[in-house]
Design a protein around this ligand. Structure first.
Ligand code: S3P
Length: 173
Protein backbone atom coordinates (compact mmCIF):
# COMPACT_ATOMS: atom_id res chain seq x y z
CA UNK A 1 0.00 0.00 0.00
CA UNK A 2 0.99 3.61 -0.59
CA UNK A 3 -0.32 6.06 1.98
CA UNK A 4 -0.37 9.64 0.72
CA UNK A 5 -0.52 12.30 3.41
CA UNK A 6 -1.95 15.59 2.30
CA UNK A 7 -2.68 18.81 4.14
CA UNK A 8 -1.69 22.42 4.53
CA UNK A 9 1.89 23.48 5.28
CA UNK A 10 2.79 22.58 8.88
CA UNK A 11 -0.15 20.23 9.34
CA UNK A 12 2.24 17.53 10.57
CA UNK A 13 2.57 15.47 7.38
CA UNK A 14 6.30 14.81 7.80
CA UNK A 15 6.40 14.28 11.55
CA UNK A 16 3.33 12.05 11.65
CA UNK A 17 4.35 10.36 8.41
CA UNK A 18 7.72 9.34 9.86
CA UNK A 19 6.04 7.99 13.01
CA UNK A 20 3.48 6.08 10.97
CA UNK A 21 6.16 4.63 8.68
CA UNK A 22 8.12 3.41 11.67
CA UNK A 23 5.06 1.72 13.18
CA UNK A 24 4.13 0.01 9.91
CA UNK A 25 7.68 -0.75 8.87
CA UNK A 26 7.13 1.24 5.69
CA UNK A 27 9.54 3.59 3.95
CA UNK A 28 8.92 7.30 4.48
CA UNK A 29 9.25 9.66 1.52
CA UNK A 30 8.81 13.42 1.63
CA UNK A 31 8.15 14.68 -1.89
CA UNK A 32 9.76 18.09 -1.20
CA UNK A 33 12.93 16.42 0.16
CA UNK A 34 13.02 14.16 -2.89
CA UNK A 35 12.76 17.16 -5.22
CA UNK A 36 15.46 18.99 -3.24
CA UNK A 37 17.78 15.99 -3.65
CA UNK A 38 17.22 15.86 -7.39
CA UNK A 39 17.41 19.62 -7.91
CA UNK A 40 20.34 19.89 -5.50
CA UNK A 41 18.79 22.98 -3.94
CA UNK A 42 16.09 23.85 -1.44
CA UNK A 43 12.46 24.30 -2.48
CA UNK A 44 12.83 28.00 -1.62
CA UNK A 45 15.76 28.30 -4.02
CA UNK A 46 13.86 26.41 -6.74
CA UNK A 47 11.05 28.97 -6.37
CA UNK A 48 13.54 31.86 -6.42
CA UNK A 49 15.72 30.76 -9.30
CA UNK A 50 13.40 28.69 -11.49
CA UNK A 51 9.95 29.89 -10.46
CA UNK A 52 6.81 28.28 -9.09
CA UNK A 53 5.62 26.93 -12.45
CA UNK A 54 8.84 24.94 -12.83
CA UNK A 55 8.46 23.64 -9.25
CA UNK A 56 4.86 22.56 -9.90
CA UNK A 57 5.93 20.63 -13.02
CA UNK A 58 8.66 18.81 -11.11
CA UNK A 59 6.28 18.14 -8.23
CA UNK A 60 3.75 16.54 -10.56
CA UNK A 61 6.39 14.52 -12.40
CA UNK A 62 7.91 13.06 -9.24
CA UNK A 63 4.52 12.45 -7.64
CA UNK A 64 3.62 10.29 -10.65
CA UNK A 65 6.95 8.51 -10.47
CA UNK A 66 6.47 7.70 -6.78
CA UNK A 67 2.86 6.58 -7.23
CA UNK A 68 3.79 4.29 -10.09
CA UNK A 69 6.96 2.77 -8.71
CA UNK A 70 6.55 2.36 -4.97
CA UNK A 71 5.02 0.02 -2.48
CA UNK A 72 4.74 0.08 1.29
CA UNK A 73 5.58 3.74 1.61
CA UNK A 74 4.18 6.73 3.41
CA UNK A 75 4.39 9.61 0.95
CA UNK A 76 4.13 13.08 2.40
CA UNK A 77 3.38 15.60 -0.34
CA UNK A 78 3.63 19.40 -0.28
CA UNK A 79 0.70 21.52 0.85
CA UNK A 80 0.07 22.55 -2.75
CA UNK A 81 0.58 19.17 -4.42
CA UNK A 82 -3.09 18.07 -4.50
CA UNK A 83 -4.18 21.47 -5.83
CA UNK A 84 -2.23 21.62 -9.11
CA UNK A 85 -2.65 19.91 -12.48
CA UNK A 86 -4.25 16.49 -12.23
CA UNK A 87 -2.31 15.55 -9.09
CA UNK A 88 -5.33 14.86 -6.89
CA UNK A 89 -6.93 12.77 -9.64
CA UNK A 90 -3.69 10.84 -9.95
CA UNK A 91 -3.61 10.20 -6.20
CA UNK A 92 -7.26 9.08 -6.16
CA UNK A 93 -7.05 6.91 -9.24
CA UNK A 94 -3.75 5.15 -8.55
CA UNK A 95 -4.11 1.55 -7.48
CA UNK A 96 -3.09 0.57 -3.99
CA UNK A 97 -3.12 4.18 -2.74
CA UNK A 98 -4.92 5.51 0.33
CA UNK A 99 -5.01 9.26 0.73
CA UNK A 100 -5.34 10.95 4.10
CA UNK A 101 -6.04 14.62 4.76
CA UNK A 102 -4.50 15.83 8.00
CA UNK A 103 -6.86 18.61 8.98
CA UNK A 104 -5.45 21.19 11.37
CA UNK A 105 -7.12 24.36 12.63
CA UNK A 106 -6.09 27.80 11.37
CA UNK A 107 -4.80 29.01 14.79
CA UNK A 108 -2.65 25.88 15.11
CA UNK A 109 -1.24 26.35 11.59
CA UNK A 110 -0.52 30.04 12.26
CA UNK A 111 1.25 29.25 15.53
CA UNK A 112 3.53 26.74 13.82
CA UNK A 113 4.06 28.62 10.57
CA UNK A 114 4.93 32.00 12.08
CA UNK A 115 8.13 30.35 13.36
CA UNK A 116 8.89 28.37 10.22
CA UNK A 117 7.77 30.67 7.45
CA UNK A 118 11.26 31.47 6.12
CA UNK A 119 11.53 28.00 4.59
CA UNK A 120 8.17 28.42 2.85
CA UNK A 121 8.36 30.64 -0.22
CA UNK A 122 4.60 31.25 -0.37
CA UNK A 123 4.45 32.87 3.07
CA UNK A 124 8.03 34.05 3.70
CA UNK A 125 7.07 37.66 2.91
CA UNK A 126 4.21 37.83 5.45
CA UNK A 127 5.25 39.91 8.45
CA UNK A 128 2.58 39.71 11.14
CA UNK A 129 0.55 36.96 12.80
CA UNK A 130 -2.61 38.82 11.83
CA UNK A 131 -1.66 38.94 8.15
CA UNK A 132 -0.64 35.28 8.22
CA UNK A 133 -4.00 34.33 9.76
CA UNK A 134 -5.81 36.16 6.98
CA UNK A 135 -3.64 34.60 4.28
CA UNK A 136 -4.05 31.05 5.59
CA UNK A 137 -7.81 31.51 6.00
CA UNK A 138 -8.21 32.44 2.34
CA UNK A 139 -5.65 29.96 1.05
CA UNK A 140 -7.13 27.04 2.95
CA UNK A 141 -10.59 27.95 1.69
CA UNK A 142 -9.29 27.70 -1.89
CA UNK A 143 -7.51 24.43 -1.22
CA UNK A 144 -10.25 22.71 0.77
CA UNK A 145 -12.08 21.36 -2.31
CA UNK A 146 -8.91 19.41 -3.17
CA UNK A 147 -7.97 18.30 0.33
CA UNK A 148 -11.48 17.13 1.15
CA UNK A 149 -11.41 14.61 -1.71
CA UNK A 150 -8.99 12.48 0.33
CA UNK A 151 -10.35 9.04 1.20
CA UNK A 152 -9.76 9.57 4.91
CA UNK A 153 -9.80 12.76 6.93
CA UNK A 154 -8.22 13.09 10.36
CA UNK A 155 -8.86 16.11 12.54
CA UNK A 156 -5.58 16.61 14.31
CA UNK A 157 -7.10 19.10 16.81
CA UNK A 158 -5.41 19.04 20.18
CA UNK A 159 -4.67 15.32 20.00
CA UNK A 160 -1.18 14.07 20.80
CA UNK A 161 0.98 12.84 17.92
CA UNK A 162 0.88 9.33 19.36
CA UNK A 163 -2.94 9.37 19.41
CA UNK A 164 -3.12 10.67 15.86
CA UNK A 165 -0.85 7.87 14.64
CA UNK A 166 -3.00 5.29 16.47
CA UNK A 167 -6.12 6.78 14.87
CA UNK A 168 -4.44 6.68 11.46
CA UNK A 169 -3.62 2.98 11.87
CA UNK A 170 -7.18 2.18 12.97
CA UNK A 171 -8.58 3.99 9.95
CA UNK A 172 -6.16 2.37 7.54
CA UNK A 173 -6.68 -1.27 8.50
C1 S3P B 1 3.81 24.47 -0.61
C2 S3P B 1 4.12 23.70 0.47
C3 S3P B 1 5.47 23.26 0.78
C4 S3P B 1 6.32 23.20 -0.49
C5 S3P B 1 6.26 24.50 -1.22
C6 S3P B 1 4.83 24.89 -1.61
C7 S3P B 1 2.40 24.88 -0.84
O1 S3P B 1 5.45 21.97 1.39
O2 S3P B 1 5.91 22.15 -1.33
O3 S3P B 1 6.81 25.48 -0.39
O4 S3P B 1 2.05 25.27 -1.97
O5 S3P B 1 1.60 24.79 0.13
P1 S3P B 1 4.98 21.72 2.93
O6 S3P B 1 3.50 21.54 2.93
O7 S3P B 1 5.69 20.45 3.29
O8 S3P B 1 5.44 22.89 3.73
Amino acid sequence: MIVVLIGYMASGKSTLGKMLAKKLNYEFVDLDDYIEEIEKMTVSDVFKTKGEIYFRKQESFYLKEKLENSNNIILSVGGGTPCFGNNMEMILESKNVTSIYLKASIPKLVKKLIKKKDKRPLIAHIETEEALTEFIGKHLFERLPYYSQAQLIINTGSKSKKNIVEELILKLF
